[in-house]
Write a new protein. Structure first.
Length: 94
């Protein structure tokens, strides 16, 4: 999963097999006002597999809080239950 801007790309979570809750590292986006979040789910298995992706904001890089878009909705993808490539624009951070 990565955030792309006109001039840079940051990988939030590296491509790998995940079997439980996982999270990426905190990333300083204070200099940005918008970006695009890309998710590339290349494999998914299990009886009822589900991948949920959403962003958190943190004032101290230790406790995460839901990140909301300009319309007041939590920034996240629809749950993924099949191989998928998705993107979501993100505005209002930084």
């Amino acid at each position: 999963m990565a955030i792309h801007t006109a001039s840079s790309e940051i990988t939030l979570v590296a491509s790998a097999a995940y079997t439980a809750t996982s999270q990426g590292s905190f990333v300083d986006v204070s200099g940005w006002s918008e970006g695009v979040l890309f998710v590339d789910c290349t494999a998914i298995t299990g009886t009822t597999p589900m991948l949920e992706v959403f962003l958190h904001s943190s004032p101290d890089n230790s406790v995460g809080y839901d990140l909301f878009d300009e319309d007041g909705h939590i920034v996240r993808f629809q749950p993924i239950s099949a191989i998928s490539r998705l993107s979501i624009p993100v505005k209002g951070f930084g």
